[in-house]
Write a protein that binds this ligand. Structure first.
Ligand SMILES: [Zn+2]
Length: 465
């Protein structure tokens, strides 16, 4: 049945670059969103101009209607690993906390329980679409896909691939043969499994090597072959890049030492042999998302922009693990698409708006001329439309333009007293445009889970049950 939702609408219209997102920001204080029987948006505008008899009315005023949040980097097998303490930074934390925690997903019941919890947390956070770094265990991935489909969220995911590592990583590792066989089986079983068509599916599969330190050159070569074979079927690639640069023992130096390459990105670009010699096919492309990219060389940013590869920017996690800050201006200037990721449990927040809030804080704090005060339109873009672009599904969702599938959330500030008080008593500029920006900024900074009262994917209300 068609439906119409009333509320204050904010979204970033069209298909702008991040540098144009502020100009593309739309605010409709007394707005109406009309959705047809198929879950598509047929009208987004002033309530007074909405077609009459548009369907069942849902009046959320004085609440807000925003596009659903898109989280482009989050770890399913770290559902219970947020705020894990092991001392040290990324590599120490992985060995001491994360590999043991992820190994518990070998237990089928535990993995199933985690899949329910993971989807529940996503609904609470209004994350309608996500690139999910998967478990090493196929049964856990079965639970994730089945539970995601049951509740009606979108997901792109793939089992985490590891073929080398230390002692604590052993339960997560497989042989070279199994690494490819299990990944191939997951693609056949779950890629577009809900509709049989990637253009309409809620479920998609990615090829997910944990990071270059966790796989061999043989694995990278075989994954390149596999991706070359399935790329045209809309399969994705997901991994980490240039996250932690602790001198001597960090991930970036360790990777370059191990592979003897000129850049970390080369290991994902088929150039994983010493001296960055070509050893196989590239994993880069418009359905590839690399998380973090804090310490990229210019040549790496250029190559990502050229291939359409996206960045998942995860400032909450980068602070938690002492990884530094992705340089905003320099990364934006390269033209690469930047989206937002929680990186839970490297990050300790499930909410994309908390990622946007931390992005604002870290980038205004960058040294000298690198410091920037992000516009709230850029923040909203990062957490919605840029994520849809990173997932190569911008034509389907990410904003509330007519024709898109209706992925949106309702924000009721009265459920979060601090947000409610802030919005009620906000000192607004006399300039109406600035006043509107101020209101969105306060909203994005102040949203907490209880304020996200309703979540819709393709026009269907998604609820934890
Ligand atoms: Zn991660």
């Amino acid at each position: 049945m068609s439906q119409v939702h009333y509320g204050h609408i904010y979204h970033v219209t069209g298909a702008p670059k991040v540098t144009d997102a502020a100009d593309a920001l739309v605010s409709i204080p007394d707005g109406a969103l009309v959705i047809d029987d198929e879950g598509r948006i047929t009208f987004c505008g002033n309530r007074s101009e909405a077609p009459e008899d548009s369907g069942t009315v849902f009046d959320h005023r004085p609440g807000f209607i925003l596009p659903g949040f898109v989280d482009t980097h989050i770890h399913f097998p770290q559902t219970y690993a947020g705020d894990a303490y092991g001392g040290g930074q990324l590599l120490e934390w992985l060995n001491l906390c994360i590999f043991p925690s992820e190994s518990r997903f070998a237990d089928k019941d535990f993995a199933q329980q985690a899949a329910v919890e993971f989807c529940t947390r996503r609904i609470a956070a209004g994350t309608t679409a996500a690139m999910v770094f998967g478990s090493a265990f196929p049964h856990a991935q079965d639970s994730l896909f089945a539970e995601t489909l049951r509740v009606g969220l979108r997901v792109v995911s793939g089992r985490g691939i590891q073929t080398q590592g230390g002692e604590t990583a052993t339960p997560l590792m497989t042989s070279e043969e199994d690494a490819i066989r299990l990944t191939r089986e997951e693609i056949e079983k779950w890629h577009a499994a809900d509709t049989g068509d990637v253009a309409t599916a809620l479920l998609h599969v990615a090829i997910v090597p944990r990071f270059s330190l966790s796989v061999t050159t043989e694995t990278l070569k075989n994954l390149g072959e596999l991706y070359d074979e399935v790329r045209d079927r809309g399969v994705y690639v997901h991994s980490h890049l240039n996250e932690n640069n602790r001198p001597g023992t960090g991930e970036v130096d360790s990777t370059k030492d191990l592979y003897q390459v000129n850049s970390y990105l080369d290991t994902y670009d088929g150039k994983f042999l010493p001296g960055s010699t070509v050893g196989g096919k590239s994993l880069l492309g418009r359905r590839t998302i690399l998380a973090h990219c804090v310490h990229c060389q210019d040549v790496e940013l250029e190559r990502m922009a050229e291939t359409g590869t996206s960045i998942s920017h995860c400032p909450v996690s980068q602070q938690f693990l002492g990884s530094g800050t992705m340089p905003w201006k320099r990364t934006v200037a390269s033209g690469v698409n930047i989206s937002a990721g929680t990186d839970f449990g490297g990050g300790d927040e499930w909410l994309i708006s908390k990622v946007l809030s931390d992005a604002f804080k870290v980038h205004i704090s960058e040294a000298g001329d690198a410091g920037v005060s992000m516009h709230p339109g850029e923040m909203l873009f990062l957490g919605t439309l840029a994520g849809a672009r990173a997932l190569d599904m911008e034509d389907r969702f990410g904003n509330l333009d007519v024709g898109k599938e209706a992925d949106f959330i309702i924000v009721d500030p009265s459920q979060t007293p601090t947000l409610d008080a802030a919005l009620t008593n906000l000192t607004r500029s006399d300039d109406p445009k600035l006043a509107s920006d101020q209101e969105l900024f306060a909203l994005l900074m102040g949203i907490r889970e209880p304020a996200i009262t309703e979540v819709y994917v393709r026009g269907h209300r998604v609820e934890a049950t």
